[in-house]
Design a protein around this ligand. Structure first.
Ligand SMILES: [Zn+2]
Ligand SMILES: [Zn+2]
Length: 138
């Protein structure tokens, strides 16, 4: 794949941690699972997936708080303000960037809702994107 993508910046609420990620996300979804709802305090978490090496922490690497198994799947928060910046997933090969922490707008848009089977009963999905009880079939 040609290296033509631009680079997006993201940061936590307090600004202690900043990252740079290529604007080349492979997929994007709104996740309604209870973990994503709790960690963001929101009805769902819009996230975008990309290979891990295409994201770099450019400021405050030492200020990052790892939740989970640092050698395997884990979430990366700012240890000062608590923002969830991204999650390392899929045997460490991918990151799921929490789109609310992006400063710059990515090209990709969420293409569906996942884990709708556990969504908050007080939130009604009002768009026409496909809905999946858990993950899409393929
Ligand atoms: Zn912070
Ligand atoms: Zn989730």
């Amino acid at each position: 794949m040609p290296e033509t993508s631009s680079v997006l910046t993201g940061k936590c609420m307090c600004g202690a941690v900043e990252y740079a990620v290529d604007d080349a996300f492979e997929y994007s979804m709104n996740c309604h699972c209870s973990n994503c709802r709790r960690t963001t305090g929101s009805a769902f978490k819009p996230f975008a997936g990309i290979r891990r090496e295409r994201l770099r922490v450019v400021k405050g690497d030492g200020a990052a708080l790892i939740y989970g198994n640092g050698d395997d799947a884990h979430d990366v928060h700012c240890s000062t303000c608590g923002s969830l910046l991204y999650s390392v997933v899929r045997e460490g090969a991918y990151v799921h960037v929490t789109m609310g922490t992006l400063v710059d707008a990515p090209t990709i848009r969420p293409s569906g809702h996942i884990f709708v089977g556990s969504k908050a009963p007080w939130y009604e999905i009002t768009d026409d994107l496909p809905q999946y009880r858990e993950f899409p079939e393929d």
